[in-house]
Design a protein around this ligand. Sequence first.
Ligand code: 9WO
Length: 225
Amino acid sequence: MLRFDIISIFPGAFTAVLDESIMKRAQAKKKVSFHVHDLRSFSKDPHRKVDDRPFGGGPGMVMTPQPLVDAVRKVKGRRKAKVIYMCPGGTPLTQAKAKELAREKNIILVCGHYEGIDERVRALVVDESLSIGDYVLTGGELPAMVVVDALTRLVPGVLGKEASLEDESFERGLLEYPQYTRPADFCGNKVPPVLLSGNHQAVKEWRTAQAQARTKRFRPDLMER
Ligand code: 9WO
């Protein structure tokens, strides 16, 4: 079973995501477990402060090292866990990276806020930083949810086997092919006849051609890769 521990100053932000859909199903199947921790509960400050002014001046506040380091160490305990800090400058999350991480047994996700975390937290307890894209958000919580979603669906037994075919096409560098379902004629917009032909080889060839055309048009960079 893959265990996620998430350290955040907004633990409530995760309730909806973790109690719905695939994450809920994965927990029910005991394939994945989620444990969200309020960073403030680890602060030794009498006012449960987790931030302070940056040395050297500058705008905003920085997350202090004591709560974060103690939180990771307490949550980790004696377990072997991969500690990941969510950061725009981190390793890009790709499907291949997600598959690699989904093989871990314990993952601790650290969500930053303010202007970031004290550098000594990275040096002492973070194993790697992970980015979901080249943009700056208000916190690491949404990126952490993306990582949880991307990894949970890859855990064997969480989804049906058909889902992996879709992932593999993406890893092969192709976008998804167009999908259609009933009705065959929607307001005069008809489903491509090949999909109604019952000719599985023709359907497979059509889908590959469509995926290649889509990838060439919208994500030529994937074709190169
Ligand atoms: C902000 C930032 C900006 C440029 C280059 C590196 C950077 N690191 C951070 C950072 O650690 N920010 C903290 C976490 C505090 C502000 C909110 N945080 C955050 C994480 N915003 N956006 C992310 C994020 C994480 C993963 N993928 C994309 C964005």
